[in-house]
Design a protein around this ligand. Structure first.
Ligand code: FAD
Length: 505
């Protein structure tokens, strides 16, 4: 029986687990958060009005027109066959969800919207708690006898022998124990890295572990320079999205009273135009902050009025109201934060990475997004490529290896938790400085600093004094590696392709 280790507990991981277990593999899920209740999949409804899944349901929209839109928005960076495979297989995954009791098509009675970048209204507005319900349905459908779940266990290393993946080193986050989970194939589904920046939509545990695990095991990473950034609230609730059409009807204002409003009426702007207007808002915020570091920018929605705000953002309006902030009466501070990494571990059409027996799926993989993305594709990417990864891993020809714990994991690090935390905060501040504008001089200096930091961090042992210290050590290691991949990919790209701005300071 093939032994498969799945790293992660979100949509890609649980879909891979189901696919592998259905094919008779023995699966161990190693999940840093609680499997089925962690990651972005679990969080999709938490700081946003509603979640959306794209699927072409109305003639003349088809998977091919959907794929064409993805390629246009992604600037053609991805192989067309890959994008088409994704668009077509999204339908299979929707049908699976329907069989599992989560209908999104006509039977679900869901509203449909046209998202920025889409030629047709193919965004299905999902029912509340959609991400959580997907995870619960996947778990319920998985044959339990063949699956072992290790919650609150952090994968810190993917082990290889003769170039093939043979297992992972897992850190028990409660006890601090480190052990080896042997495998014939490993599925990497550890999500993204929003928290290498100080403001993000991502749950706190997503600090780049997946990219670092893959990269250290020798897997190629690609397109790491492309990170979807968005405008997010800063206080009293951090990291909330405002619905785009509402956001654009308000004005941005800085502390000196300078204002920025959308130059055309957002109500008449089509989805592509809206994407451009959002970019202008972001550009305005970034320009203010670069001119005057520490400057604060607010979104003023007072002219929209309470009835419209309550009607169009009921959840958001109520959440801020509960925290004593009436969006109809007071501006709210906004900043630019990280949402989704668009690159990642390079995989082929069967979700295989460049390392034999290592598969990758979901946000950690360099999948169908390119230089930018259409919202509403993340969950389906996790499911489509998770299914392929799980199936491939179950069929992998494993080495039946019994890998041992590498010696560095037996030696204690000299870096204490406080020092690591300070180091982590400085890293975030430096990465904030390159989220939108990538100055080559700054990138070059940062690359050298990150390399030196990594060398110092890894110079001695990879075990901390206790569980929190070992976790802090490995999370910092992941963030440094991921940040370096972003910096190096940015330096290598001559043209920004629109998502970030190159420039000298
Ligand atoms: C606020 C928000 C709203 C969104 N809205 C939508 C939407 O409307 N529609 C849409 O399609 N997509 C949306 N997305 C994107 C979507 O949620 C993601 O693309 C998708 O859920 C990614 O799934 P995943 O399984 O790859 O990663 P995740 O769901 O993030 O799961 C990652 C898992 O890996 C675990 N993990 C991390 N590191 C380790 C480690 N070292 N060892 C073991 N386990 C580890 C985590 O604990 C977690 O369980 C949204 C995302 C956010 C944050």
């Amino acid at each position: 029986m093939t032994r498969v280790v799945v790293v992660g507990g979100g949509g890609a991981a649980l879909r891979a687990c189901l696919a592998a277990a259905e094919r008779g593999a023995r699966v161990t899920v190693v999940s840093k958060g609680k499997a089925g209740a962690s990651g972005c999949t679990h969080a999709i409804d938490s700081r946003i009005e509603f979640s959306v899944v794209n699927w072409p349901m109305m003639d003349p929209d088809t998977p091919l027109t959907y794929a064409a839109d993805l390629e246009t928005i992604g600037r053609g960076l991805k192989a067309p066959a890959r994008v088409r495979l994704f668009a077509e297989r999204s339908g299979d995954e929707l049908r699976l969800l329907e069989r599992l009791g989560l209908p999104l098509g006509a039977a679900g009675g869901c509203a449909r919207i046209q998202l920025a970048g889409s030629s047709y209204p193919r965004g299905i507005v999902c029912p509340p708690r959609f991400g959580t319900r997907v995870l619960q349905a996947l778990r319920a459908a998985t044959p339990r006898t063949r699956v072992t779940v290790r919650d609150r266990a952090m994968a810190v290393e993917i082990l290889t022998e003769g170039g093939r993946a043979t297992g992972v080193v897992a850190l028990d986050l409660a006890t601090g124990a480190l052990d080896v989970v042997p495998a014939d194939a490993v599925v990497l589904a550890a999500g993204g890295a929003g928290n290498v920046f100080s403001l993000s939509t991502n749950p706190r545990e997503l600090v780049g572990d997946g990219y670092a695990l893959g990269g250290r095991a020798g897997a190629a990473l690609d397109h790491m320079e492309f990170i979807q950034y968005v405008m997010l609230t800063v206080a009293p609730i951090r990291g909330w999205f405002l619905v785009t059409s509402v956001l654009l009807r308000g004005e941005l204002v800085d502390e000196r009273g300078a204002r920025c409003a959308a130059p055309v009426d957002p109500a008449t702007a089509g989805p592509v135009e809206q994407k451009r207007l959002v970019a202008e808002f972001i550009g305005w915020i970034v320009a203010r902050k670069r001119r005057e570091p520490g400057a604060r920018v607010f979104w003023d929605g007072r002219r929209i009025g309470r009835p419209a705000l309550e009607a169009q953002m009921p959840k958001t309006y109520a959440a801020f109201r509960r925290r004593g902030h009436d969006l109809a009466r007071r501006p709210v501070e906004l900043d630019v934060g990280a949402h989704q990494f668009l690159g990642g571990v390079v995989t082929d059409l069967a979700a295989r990475s460049t390392v034999p027996n290592l598969f990758a799926a979901g946000d950690v993989a360099d999948s169908v997004q390119g230089a930018d993305r259409i919202n509403g594709s993340g969950i389906m990417e996790a499911l489509v490529f998770g299914a392929l990864a799980g199936a491939g891993a179950a069929a992998a020809d494993g080495l039946r290896a019994r890998p041992a714990l590498p010696p560095a994991y037996r030696r204690e690090s000299r870096h204490g938790a406080d020092r690591l935390r300070g180091w982590g905060s400085r890293l975030k501040a430096e990465m904030d400085g390159i989220l939108v504008v990538r100055d080559r001089v700054r990138l070059g200096a940062l690359d050298a600093r990150l390399a030196a930091n990594l060398e110092e961090l890894e110079a001695d042992g990879l075990r901390g004094a206790d569980a929190p210290a070992t976790r802090a050590l490995h999370e910092l290691r992941s963030s440094l590696l991921t940040s370096r991949a972003v910096v190096r990919a940015s330096l290598a790209r001559e043209r920004d392709l629109g998502l970030f701005v190159t420039g000298q300071r």
